[in-house]
Write a protein that binds this ligand. Sequence first.
Ligand code: ADP
Ligand code: MG
Length: 411
Amino acid sequence: MAARDTSGKGTGTATQPQGDATAGAQPGEGTSGGSSGPVIEIDRVTKRFGDVAAVDDVTFTIARGEFFSLLGPSGCGKTTTLRMIAGFEAPTAGTLRLEGVDVSRTPPYKRNVNTVFQHYALFPHMSVWDNVAFGPRSQKLGKAEVARRVGELIEVVRLTDLAKRRPAQLSGGQQQRVALARALVNYPSALLLDEPLGALDLKLRQLMQFELKRIQREVGITFVYVTHDQDEALTMSDRIAVMSDGCVEQIGKPVDIYDHPASVFVAGFIGQANLFPSRVTGADGDDVVLDGLDTTLRSAPGATRVETGSDATLMIRPERLLVSVDRPAGPGTNAVEATVADLTFQGALVRLSLTAADQAPIVAHVGHDVDLPLLRPGDRVWVSWPPSASLVLPAADIPTTEDLEDLLDEG
Ligand code: ADP
Ligand code: MG
């Protein structure tokens, strides 16, 4: 199945490596791909374990210097995809190229990629410096070159002052940064990270998200990042591949995936979405006309055309809904009456849970700038939105809140 690439082209925002990070990559070790072309090409790759297609005919490319995330619920095939890039698993079918070279059958140690696991093992008896220097020293690099590389990477991960400490004298986050420096010090074509922040508590995890992104920018090395956490992926990535059931559902920049999800699955998995069952009845200019919420609605089309007469799912983000006491005027604006079910004050916004006439639940996020009287459960309000604020998606079972919580909780 071909994924929809909503980023326009497959390159993302590649940052140039600083210094000679790529130029100096593993001299003589076959990084001959040069600086043009994608670093990683996954071409119709399938991986079967017995009857299970863990990865099912997946195709995408990752550009040089990109922070690329594989995002999806537990069991969707993220780790298997990463392990194939690393060489720990061989594809059942399809081709995997690194720097333009087919490595589908190349063992891990002959691939110029490095993996950071959640449970990284530092050498406990060695200092931070020696842990990071281990790789370059085993490559028999000259003393000065080892010192230059280790010094640079320790500086990047901000551990210069702690270089003489041993792992046991460091915090969890600091140990993680040692592991990163160690994985980057040989300037791999790509660094592969499988849920590396999963073991950290929330505060540290958020801090490390920014740190990881900064480090990636500074070294300019391609990162392939596996996570089931949508916030993590949205915060850090240049592009995200959203996976479900072994397939890539959509690839794009975070903002494109959020604004233009290609499917109900993606809309529900990334951010919050109102999803209404509807039926396409025609077109009016650029707008699609639909029956839904017991009325006639207009909407921008989605990435996939839904034929007139077919069922569809209408998607609107909670912050795109306007809530008012009076019926909004203006031709072409969608408006439905709804009853307030619940209000939650969330600091920057009020989360309004509403019930439409056809009993559909509606969630609206209302900012402080909106002039509304104090609302109480049971109050009647109007919910409105311009056609451009909604998208028509192919009909699919609409996940319940419980379904989504299950998806998001699994790791
Ligand atoms: P994720 O990392 O997204 O949670 P995985 O790639 O680990 O997903 O797994 C995808 C699917 O492949 C799951 O159904 C999993 O049970 C199955 N799977 C993964 N590795 C193996 C294996 N070594 N043997 C059998 N099945 C596996
Ligand atoms: Mg996994």
